[in-house]
Design a protein. Structure first.
Length: 348
């Protein structure tokens, strides 16, 4: 299938009936927007759905909008300026806590792929090789070391802070939110931040540029299982109940297209995936992106389901003082009907 090369605004077409709900028919034109935080492969299911043409085949012609961070993505979805977003699963929970009834449509992964603690190379060269040693180091002005994440309250912050809390180190650093790929890398290069928590593509980019080195890999399965305990949905596609109620047929088309993108990613090589999504991830090198895509294929949720045990496992991370999220039940958060319909139409 030929790639869809344009990234311009889209017209969305949805269809009635059972076939339409599975994304196999069209009847009326509708407008829609899909939001992603920053230009990294972790959000590749949306990019693939656009570039390979699954949105179009589902009756959608979508404009993909970069929010700038997970928090900004959440705000865009909450304001109904976006139909569906992708980001940490805590974002729809935050919406629900604030009266906006956020809903998870389908999970993306089984553990985080973006909690790599990337330390300034000059600090690593000084012999700082553990998080404990890092937190004992002070900046030249005597302040605590600074840890940079895309956004405070976003994916990297939620999971990185949990690791740090578990180790008793969270209060020994200062967290800052620094936005998109360019500005995140810029904080490391300029030494405004001492650690950048992000993904493999940014680790490799910082290594190639001579700015950073890996200090702690929170994405490693053994480390994840030690601190987290097993499979947990980290990233999700989400919306609000109000948006779902306004046009459930359109929402079904979104989910069907993204589910098909998930299946496509499962059966294609990292090189093929990169060639498809390259227009969206051009801020980092091909080599760095290929390494990250390889990692993402290993952590992806190819069932796109969340059971009670997985939800319970995540509660200790989601519902704590750092996030400020009041506890919710799985029924409060997850809407399984759209992915169930998509899976029946495309069993994979």
């Amino acid at each position: 299938m030929a790639y869809i090369s344009r990234r311009s605004a889209l017209t969305i077409i949805a269809a009635g009936g059972t076939a339409a709900l599975a994304g196999r028919g069209r009847a009326a034109d509708m407008l829609g927007r899909v939001i992603y935080p920053v230009a990294v492969p972790v959000y590749q299911t949306q990019f693939v759905a656009d570039r390979i043409g699954f949105f179009k085949e589902a009756g959608l012609d979508c404009k993909l909008i970069q929010g700038g961070s997970g928090v900004k993505t959440r705000e865009i979805v909450a304001s109904s300026q976006g139909d569906i977003g992708i980001g940490d699963i805590t974002h729809p929970m935050q919406l629900s806590n604030r009266g906006r009834s956020g809903r998870v449509l389908m999970p993306v992964d089984t553990r985080s792929s973006s909690v790599m603690f990337i330390i300034r190379k000059d600090l690593k060269d000084q012999g700082i090789n553990t998080l404990e040693a890092f937190t004992q180091w002070k900046r030249p002005d005597g302040r605590k070391p600074i840890v940079s994440v895309s956004s405070l309250g976003g994916t990297n912050h939620v999971w990185a802070s949990y690791y740090m809390e578990t180790m008793g180190l969270d209060d020994k650093v200062t967290w800052i939110g620094t936005g998109n790929v360019d500005t995140m890398l810029g904080t490391l290069k300029s030494k405004q931040a001492d650690i950048l928590v992000s993904s493999l593509s940014l680790l490799n980019e910082s290594r190639e540029q001579g700015w950073g080195e890996l200090l702690f890999d929170g994405t490693d399965e053994a480390i994840w299982n030690k601190y987290i305990g097993g499979k947990v949905p980290v990233t999700s596609h989400f919306s609000t109940q109000a948006t779902i109620d306004k046009d459930p047929a359109k929402m079904q088309a979104f989910v069907t297209a993204i589910w098909r993108a998930t299946l496509w990613i499962k059966t294609h090589t990292p090189e093929q995936i990169y060639d498809a999504i390259e227009p969206y991830v051009g801020s980092t090198s091909r080599k760095a992106n290929l390494l990250e895509i390889t990692t993402l294929q290993k952590v992806a949720d190819y069932e796109a389901t969340i059971d009670a045990a997985e939800f319970a496992r995540g509660e200790k991370v989601w519902f704590r003082e750092m996030t400020g999220i009041k506890p919710l039940t799985i029924a409060d958060v997850i809407v399984p009907t759209f992915i169930d319909t998509a899976r029946k139409a495309y069993p994979g």
